[in-house]
Ligand binder design. Structure first.
Ligand SMILES: Cc1ncc(COP(=O)(O)O)c(C=O)c1O
Ligand SMILES: N[C@@H](CCSC[C@H](N)C(=O)O)C(=O)O
Length: 458
C-alpha cells in the first residue's frame, strides 16, 4: 500500500495538536484554531491576526519547523509528520489558519499561484472541457494553452461578464469553469453565483474554480457564492511585501481537498516551512494593508477619471458592472487600469513615474506601475490580445500604502512629462486618443509643440 493510501495516523491523546478543529473541520493535525467558544464569529480582521499555536513553549510566533524529516518511534508507527513534502507543522498551521479565514473545508498552500492552478488542473482528464474568461492573467492563459496543446483538454475562452455567453459553451463535457473576477488587467467582473449555478446545471460534477488574487479573502469569498475551489497567488495581497512566492487553494468539500493534497504530495510543490512562516506573518496584516491600499486606489481612480481618462476600477460608479461587483464583494481592491490612447505615451508615463516602481505583480505595500501587454501579459500573443480587446496602451496601477498625495503628485508629474495631459484654463486634462497619437509622432520626430503655421512654439 502506498503512503498516500494509508489512513492518516490519529494524533496521540493529550498532545497539543488535534485532528479536528473546533468547527469540526476534518483536517490534518495542526495547532488549534481561534474560533470563539461562545458561538459568535470574530470579524475577519480579528481572525486574520489571531492564531493559537499550541506550541510547547507558547511561542508567540509560530515556529519554523525547518526540518525535512521527522523521527518515528518505530518503523511502523509514524508520528503526525514524517517528511516535509507530505506535511510540516508550520505549513499545516498556515493551512488551518487560511481554511478558517476562507470559510473552507480545507486550505492547502503551494509554492506559487501558478503552482496552485497546476495542482487544480491535475483534476482534469484528456477530453475534459474548461470554460474560462477572455481576459485572464497571462500565466493562467499560458498554462491553459499548454494543457490544450499537450494534455487533450478543450479550453473555451468567453466573455465571463455575460452569463449567456458562458451558458452557450457550457455542456455535460464541462469539467471546470475557471473564473477571474475582477479580471487582470481589464478589471471585468464575473457573476460568481450565477455562473456557478449555470456550470452545475450543465454538469453537476463540474468544478467551479475562482482565482481570487485581485481581492483576497478579505474582500471576496467565492466559496460563499457557490464556487467549489478558490485559489490565490499568495505572492500578492496575502503576503503583501513581495518577499515570498506562494499559492493558496481552498475548497468547499473535504474530499476535494484530499484529491488536491494527493497531487501536492505526489508532485512536491507544498510551500516550504520558511515561506509558510512568511505568508502567515503577511496574512496577519492583510486587513490594514488592504484598507489603506484600497482607500488610496479609490482616490487615484477618481483623480484619473477626473482628468478625463478611461479608468477601469470597480470602486468607480462608472464601472459597467459596479452593482454586480458590490453584490458579491466587500471592496474594490487596489488594482486599476487606464488608457492614454497611445502606446508611446503610456510608455513615457510609466517611465516618468518615480514613486511608482515599474514592476509586474501587485498586492505589495509599495505602488507599482506596468504595461500589461509588455509585461505580465506578454506571453499572450498580440493577435490574441487584440481579439480579446486588451488595449496595447493600457497602464495598470497597483496601489500601495504610501501617502496618497505623494502618489497623486508623482502620477500628475509623470502624466505631464509624458504628454498624456494638456494644460488648459481649468488645469490639466487628458489628451484625446488622436491627440495622443499625434503627440507621440511629434515626439518621435523631435517636433513636439511645432505647428505648420506658427513654427516652433516658445
Ligand atoms: C490573477 C493572478 N493569478 C495568478 C497569478 C500567479 O501567481 P504567482 O505569480 O504567485 O505564480 C498571478 C500573477 O502571477 C495573477 O495575477
Ligand atoms: N515573467 C512572468 C511575469 C509575471 S506577471 C505577475 C503578476 N501576475 C502580474 O499580473 O503582474 C511570467 O511570464 O509569468
Amino acid at each position: 500500500m502506498s503512503s498516500e493510501q494509508q489512513p492518516k495516523p490519529k494524533s496521540v491523546p493529550g498532545k497539543a495538536l488535534q485532528d479536528v478543529d473546533l468547527d469540526g473541520h476534518d483536517l490534518p493535525p495542526s495547532p488549534a484554531p481561534s474560533s470563539p467558544r461562545n458561538g459568535r464569529k470574530y470579524a475577519l480582521a480579528t481572525e486574520l491576526v489571531y492564531t493559537d499555536g499550541g506550541d510547547q513553549y507558547n511561542a508567540s510566533s509560530v515556529p519554523i519547523y525547518q526540518s525535512a524529516t521527522f523521527k518515528q518511534s518505530s518503523s511502523t508507527s509514524m508520528g503526525e509528520y514524517d517528511y516535509t513534502r507530505s506535511g510540516n507543522p508550520t505549513r499545516t498551521h498556515l493551512e488551518r489558519h487560511l481554511a478558517k479565514i476562507m470559510s473552507a473545508a480545507r486550505a492547502l498552500v503551494v509554492s506559487s499561484g501558478m503552482g496552485a492552478l497546476d495542482v487544480i488542473t491535475r483534476l482534469l482528464r484528456p477530453g475534459d472541457e474548461v470554460v474560462t474568461g477572455d481576459d485572464l492573467y497571462g500565466g493562467t492563459n499560458r498554462l491553459l494553452k499548454y494543457l490544450a496543446t499537450n494534455g487533450g483538454i478543450v479550453v473555451h475562452h468567453v466573455d465571463t461578464t455575460s452569463v449567456d455567453a458562458v451558458r452557450a459553451v457550457l455542456s455535460p463535457k464541462t469539467a471546470m469553469l475557471l473564473l477571474e473576477t475582477p479580471t487582470n488587467p481589464l478589471i471585468k467582473i464575473a457573476d460568481i453565483a450565477a455562473l456557478s449555478r449555470a456550470a452545475h446545471d450543465a454538469n453537476p460534477a463540474a468544478l467551479v474554480a475562482v482565482d481570487n488574487t485581485m481581492l483576497s479573502p478579505l474582500l471576496q469569498n467565492p466559496l460563499d457564492l457557490g464556487a467549489d475551489i478558490v485559489y490565490e497567488s499568495g505572492t500578492k495581497y496575502l503576503s503583501g511585501h513581495h518577499d515570498v512566492m506562494a499559492g493558496v487553494i481552498a475548497v468547499s468539500a473535504a474530499a476535494l481537498g484530499d484529491k488536491l493534497y494527493f497531487a501536492i504530495n505526489a508532485s512536491g510543490c507544498g510551500l516550504s516551512p520558511f515561506d509558510s512562516w512568511l505568508l502567515l506573518r503577511g496574512v496577519k496584516t492583510l486587513a490594514v494593508r488592504m484598507e489603506k491600499q484600497q482607500a488610496n486606489a479609490g482616490r487615484i481612480a477618481s483623480f484619473l477619471e477626473g482628468l478625463g481618462f478611461r479608468v477601469r476600477y470597480p470602486g468607480l460608479a462608472s464601472h459597467p458592472q459596479h452593482a454586480l461587483h458590490w453584490r458579491q464583494a466587500r471592496g474594490a481592491g487596489a488594482v486599476l487600469s487606464f488608457e492614454t490612447g497611445d502606446v508611446a505615451v503610456s510608455e513615457r508615463v510609466v517611465e516618468s513615474a518615480r514613486l511608482w516602481a515599474i514592476s509586474v505583480s501587485f498586492g505589495c505595500v509599495n505602488s507599482l506601475i506596468s504595461m500589461p501587454c509588455r509585461m505580465s501579459h506578454a506571453s499572450i500573443d498580440e493577435k490574441t490580445r487584440r481579439e480579446r480587446g486588451v488595449p496595447e496602451d493600457i497602464i495598470r496601477l497597483c496601489v500601495g500604502i504610501e501617502d496618497v498625495e505623494d502618489l497623486i503628485d508623482d502620477l500628475r508629474r509623470a502624466l505631464v512629462q509624458a504628454g498624456a495631459v494638456k494644460i488648459d484654463v481649468d488645469g490639466i486634462v487628458a489628451i484625446e486618443s488622436e491627440d495622443a497619437a499625434a503627440l507621440a509622432e511629434e515626439t518621435a520626430n523631435g517636433t513636439v509643440g511645432q505647428t505648420d503655421e506658427a513654427g516652433p512654439s516658445s
